[in-house]
Design a protein around this ligand. Structure first.
Ligand SMILES: [Zn+2]
Length: 319
């Protein structure tokens, strides 16, 4: 009898232990499910992304606010293509998506570049006062504007040995130009500057005279509106070679090839290259060179990007 009682007791204990184990396992599973549901992987999958897509997005996005931002937008697998691009800037995401949906023929690389440089906006309809504290890296174009009273970095005359009379640029750029001139001279080329710093008033006169003779539409194609000209920075030169000073043929000259290969070593970049008109907003100008300093010129040269793209990604985006 006692033995039977003992066995029953063991059985009850056994049952209780078993129940506890089952409850424990189920509880852990529920808890784990609960925990998983708090993860962004789960939330992204619930939002419509495949598990694989969710994992890729998580590889790229590390910050919770970026993931929340993603969840607040409609599911769009094109985002996965965008984030693979080197110059992707998260704060531009909704503009990338909008531009891409309106321009189906544009490559992903171009969607990124166009939006980064603001070319998804119309020229002169999206003015941004430019950051004038950036010194040699100041950006001026059809979106970024200089104030009328902008004072360039210390300006000095370019010696008539290297330039037509009356040309002035910032001293640092001037020194760099002289070094470049000497190097070109050693290659048998005599560079000559025919245009450089222009203040607001001078640019206004240039633009207004074009506008008076050609009308605004044509004037806008060949001259910058005052406040929008890079020449007002004191960091740009229009440079030719003694034997070729024609805007029509300079691009075919030996001097132009030399500048393309060497100017970056002296801190100058080609500002309006051929094939990049849709990013710079300007027809190609083989003669217009901009001083940005050696370090930045090297990056722009190596990565084959425009200054506008450099500015968006390396300056604004990192600020
Ligand atoms: Zn120019």
């Amino acid at each position: 009898m006692d033995k039977l009682k003992e066995n029953k007791k063991i059985l009850y204990i056994g049952i209780v232990v078993l129940i506890l184990i089952v409850v424990g396992i189920v509880g852990i599973k529920f808890y784990k499910d609960y925990q998983y549901k708090q993860t962004y992987e789960y939330k992204l999958v619930e939002h419509g992304y495949t598990l694989e897509e969710a994992k890729k997005l998580l590889d790229f996005y590390q910050k919770p606010e970026q993931l929340e931002n993603l969840l607040s937008m409609e599911k769009n697998s094109y985002i996965l293509e965008l984030v693979q691009e080197k110059y992707y800037i998260h704060s531009n995401l909704s503009r990338y998506l909008e531009y891409a949906s309106n321009n189906k023929e544009a490559s992903t690389k171009d969607v990124i570049a166009i939006v980064n440089v603001n070319a998804d906006y119309k020229y002169y309809e999206h003015d941004i006062p430019t950051d004038t504290s950036l010194g040699i890296l100041i950006n001026v174009n059809k979106y970024y504007t200089l104030p009328e009273d902008f004072e360039p970095l210390e300006i000095s005359d370019i010696s008539i040995r290297y330039s037509y009379e009356g040309n002035r640029i910032s001293s640092e750029a001037n020194d760099a130009y002289v070094s470049m001139w000497n190097a070109a001279q050693k290659s048998g080329l005599t560079l000559i500057v025919n245009s450089s710093y222009r203040d607001f008033k001078e640019q206004e006169d240039v633009y207004n005279s074009k506008k008076a003779s050609l009308g605004q539409k044509e004037a806008d194609k060949i001259a910058a509106r005052p406040g929008h000209s890079e020449h007002q920075t004191g960091l740009s030169i229009d440079v030719f070679e003694m034997s070729n000073q024609s805007t029509a043929t300079f691009k075919d000259s030996e001097a132009y090839t030399w500048l393309k290969d060497n100017a970056y070593l002296y801190g100058f970049i080609e500002r309006y290259p051929e094939g990049k008109e849709y990013l710079t907003g300007y027809s190609a100008e083989a003669w217009h060179w901009r001083y940005v300093g050696e370090e930045v010129a090297k990056i722009i040269h190596q990565e084959n990007i425009t200054f506008d793209e450099y500015y968006a990604y390396y300056i604004e985006n990192q600020a």
